[in-house]
Design a protein around this ligand. Structure first.
Ligand code: NAD
Length: 297
């Protein structure tokens, strides 16, 4: 069984590393926040002293970091993964980052004989805990085949969607659909409330029809209950739409709806809502209509 290194032990990384240990893998782990590493070491992992040390002791290194700059720092930076990795090591970056950064990091890895796969996930903390994430990967078929048994311990669906960067393009597509869906749902619930209807009745009336969706089922009840506890934070979704717009700019692709929702997310962050669940996009739409989605008293 491969010796696995795991770097980035936050909301997602901790349960993912736990599932790998449950499946019988030996893990060596590192996070810049020592207390987060301590928690995973208490679960049975070995302590890595740095990203470099983790890589030197592993065949496969998984990274689960916030965004591209952190991935570049952890892999390419001083004391980083590439300083420790032997030729033949495979890096699987499961963070949601810009596809262009994935390609840049992969090129630096290739120069050292290190394989790289981008493999971001969808499903959030609950599915990270259950080991039922949707994983979308980019890279060479033979590298994907090699790490597939590991990824299958973390997700119930694991799909290779193309060359390096394709995993993150797929993730950005996912994030565009989710964000625009929440914004449209928010407008619909605000209109229904403003017209004097009970938003819960409206939700129940439409959820079995064409407007029904996983997003609607998960997020409409949160808005109606005024529960904006994350889930997935506004600031992370803003980061994803920013990466989508950067990819769009570099390919001369117009994304008007994504741009609009991105502006909403920036406004919400400026209003101090960056750490609320992304269902709080409703707060922005409510502000425009001076109407709060709620059931009639
Ligand atoms: P998080 O902020 O909880 O965890 C990231 C961890 O990386 C932190 O513990 C941080 O200390 C560590 N870190 C940062 N820089 C580092 C470095 N240079 N070396 C070592 N460790 C470093 O974030 P998260 O919620 O676990 O998300 C991780 C990634 O997964 C993000 O790209 C996010 O967009 C994506 N994602 C998150 C969710 C979710 O619901 N939280 C869902 C799907 C995808």
């Amino acid at each position: 069984m491969s010796q696995i290194g795991f770097i980035g032990l936050g909301i997602m990384g901790r349960p993912m590393s736990k599932n790998l240990m449950k499946a019988g893998h030996n893990l060596v782990v590192y996070d810049v926040v020592a207390a987060l590493a301590d928690a995973v070491i208490a679960d049975g992992a070995a302590r890595g002293e740095s990203c470099r040390d983790v890589a030197a002791r592993s065949d496969v290194v998984i990274t689960m970091l916030p965004d591209g700059p952190e991935v570049e720092q952890a892999v390419l930076g001083p004391n980083g993964v590439l300083e420790g990795a032997a030729a033949g090591t495979t890096i699987v970056d499961m963070s949601s980052i810009s596809p262009m950064v994935s390609q840049k990091v992969a090129a630096a890895c290739a120069a050292k004989g290190v394989e790289f796969l981008d493999a971001p996930v969808s499903g959030g903390e609950p599915k990270a805990i259950d080991g039922t994430l949707a994983i979308m990967a980019g890279g060479k078929q033979e590298v994907f085949d090699k790490v597939l048994p590991i990824l299958q311990k973390l997700g119930s669906s694991v799909t290779l969607t193309g060359a390096v960067g394709a995993g993150n393009v797929t993730k950005l597509a996912n994030q565009i659909m989710v964000a625009c869906n929440i914004a449209a749902m928010s407008e619909a619930l605000v209109l229904a409330t403003k017209c004097g209807l009970d938003p819960e009745v409206v939700f129940n009336a439409v959820k079995g029809g064409l407007a029904g969706s996983t997003v609607l089922n998960a997020k409409a009840p949160m808005v109606i209950a005024r529960n904006f506890k994350p889930g997935f934070r506004i600031r992370l979704h803003q980061k994803d739409l920013r990466n989508a717009l950067l990819a769009a700019e570099s390919t001369k692709c117009a994304l008007p709806l994504t741009s609009l929702v991105q502006q909403m997310l920036i406004a919400l962050m400026n209003q101090g809502h960056g750490d609320l669940d992304h269902s709080a996009i409703a707060l922005f739409i409510e502000g425009l209509a001076a109407t709060q989605v709620e059931r009639p008293k």
